[in-house]
Design a protein around this ligand. Structure first.
Ligand code: FES
Length: 143
């Protein structure tokens, strides 16, 4: 049995309290490794559902938020890239306008459970640390 608060592979990785993600509000942004390279991801609530993607525009591989955690346009209708204005459908990450072509943002599976939001690593997108308990410290005692 897993101790309370200790993540297991089935539980996903805890991100944030559900209540902190307001409808069409500020996203929660966190660090991931995509194909072993540092990247950022974000989760926001849109039309009642949580949507999570890697924070990387399809036009130029850069982060998109125009302020930290702010991804939606002024009408709260689309995810918009702050660099050149590419627009994405929040429900599926599909490019719907601007220079992002026919692709879509890389989705990340998230769930809400007992008032918390969890994300699920995949083969390609992993936490920025090994899964499991933190290694024992090898630091020496302070002088
Ligand atoms: S970098 Fe996102 S639209 Fe150009």
């Amino acid at each position: 049995m897993t101790a309370p608060g200790t993540p297991s592979a089935d539980d996903g990785e805890r991100l944030v309290a559900s209540a902190s993600l307001q409808e069409s509000g500020t996203a929660f942004v966190w660090d991931v490794l995509e194909f072993g390279r540092p990247a950022r991801a974000f989760v926001l609530r849109f039309q009642g559902a949580l949507r999570a993607y890697v924070n990387r525009c399809l036009h130029v591989p850069t982060e998109m938020d125009w302020q930290p955690g702010e991804f939606l346009d002024s009408d709260k209708r689309f995810i918009i890239c702050s660099i050149h204005g590419a627009s994405y459908e929040p429900a599926d990450g599909r490019c719907v306008g601007g220079p992002c072509g026919r692709g879509r943002l890389t989705a990340i599976r998230v769930v809400e459970r007992a008032g918390e939001v969890y994300w699920y690593p995949s083969r390609d997108i992993r936490p920025p640390r090994p899964a499991g308990p933190a290694p024992a410290s090898s630091a020496t005692s302070p002088p």
